[in-house]
Design a protein around this ligand. Structure first.
Ligand code: FAD
Ligand code: SF4
Length: 291
């Protein structure tokens, strides 16, 4: 087991992509999340997965309990605003009656899942039902209105015309139906970020069973950290079933060095923000003004 201050604990790290072309076609990167859930569903490892399904407005996700591969497909791709997936855990176990739940989420959502398992206040009977928690790397997120504004003001289009949003290679990318690709420097997007993300100390979902993101690997591939015992077991079964093509992370560019660099930068910068905030009374928990 590798133990790293910034990347967390993991049993292995590889570059990977799904061997299923249909999954790859609509996924954000290497289709790791959709492929893993589809495999787990088919093998009975999970009965369903909480994913970020389509909502009423374009690119505004709504948590959804996917119990079929078709529903997993409908939820592929990254939505750069909040999908409160954790709030659906009870829905999945009570309304859908699932005993083995898969869930995908950002690092903060993985922390919430683990906290709910350790302190199951209001989640009685639920902790043992989390069968596969997949974390996605996350540098920052945006309120929905910020995404609307960002795309309208800087990419000169409406969100309904957008086919993909992505952050990579130091840019925010907007792909439209008509084939236009707009690249925005991240210095433009920073002011639209959620302020809460500026005190976040996890980049690569350290508490997930398996976590994944695009950084570190070439386009169409993903970096995958296999972390827990459960994650290691499911990953090796999926590999044996031929779900993924992999390469050692040391053999791809830009490689794990870039993941480490970005994780270190995020955590160091945000620790500083926490310190700054604590000097004016926020950020280190509530203080009783009468003591
Ligand atoms: C806000 C945000 C910031 C990110 N920042 C980075 C980054 O800095 N570096 C990096 O390498 N990767 C980042 N990612 C992860 C990356 O964009 C991909 O989601 C990840 O690589 C998985 O790709 P995939 O092809 O395996 O997933 P797919 O097979 O396309 O599946 C993606 C899964 O994630 C779910 N999902 C989509 N949006 C959300 C959401 N908002 N909340 C919860 N679940 C969601 C989908 O429903 C789907 O199940 C970020 C993702 C998000 C949501
Ligand atoms: S930056 Fe942190 S707090 Fe913000 S969405 Fe990502 S994981 Fe959550």
């Amino acid at each position: 087991m590798v133990q790293d201050n910034f990347l967390g604990n993991y049993s292995s790290c590889v570059a990977a992509r799904s061997t299923n072309r249909a999954i790859l076609a609509g996924s954000q990167d290497g289709g790791i999340v959709t492929q893993l859930f589809a495999f787990a569903l088919e093998e009975g490892i999970i009965d369903g997965a909480i994913v970020a399904g389509p909502g009423d407005e374009p690119w505004r996700p709504r948590p959804m309990v996917a119990t079929s591969v078709a529903e997993l497909y409908a939820a592929r791709g990254t939505k750069y605003n909040i999908s409160p997936n954790v709030s659906f855990i009870k829905e999945a176990t009570r309304s859908y009656g699932l005993d083995r739940v898969g869930i995908v989420g950002t690092p903060c959502q993985m922390q919430a899942v683990r906290k709910g398992q350790l302190y199951p206040v209001g989640l009685r009977d639920v902790p043992d039902k989390i069968a596969l928690a997949i974390g996605i790397f996350c540098m920052e997120n945006f309120p929905y209105q910020s995404i609307v504004q960002l795309v309208e003001d800087h990419a000169n289009t409406k969100l309904e015309n957008v086919t993909k949003l992505d952050i990579g290679k130091g840019k925010f990318w907007v792909y439209t139906e008509r084939g236009a690709v707009v690249q925005l420097p991240l210095k433009i997007t920073h002011k639209y970020e959620q302020p809460g993300c500026h005190v976040c100390l996890d980049y690569v979902a350290n508490l997930a069973d398996i976590s994944t993101g695009s950084v570190g690997t070439p386009d169409g591939w993903s970096t995958v950290f296999v972390r827990s015992k459960k994650g290691t077991d499911i990953w090796s079964k999926a590999m044996a079933a031929g779900c993924f093509e992999t390469k050692p992370i040391e053999e791809v560019k830009p490689g794990i060095e870039l993941v480490t660099k970005l994780a270190t930068e995020k955590i160091t910068k945000n620790r500083k923000t926490i310190e700054e905030r604590s000097s004016f009374g926020v950020g280190k928990g509530l203080r009783n003004p009468y003591i």
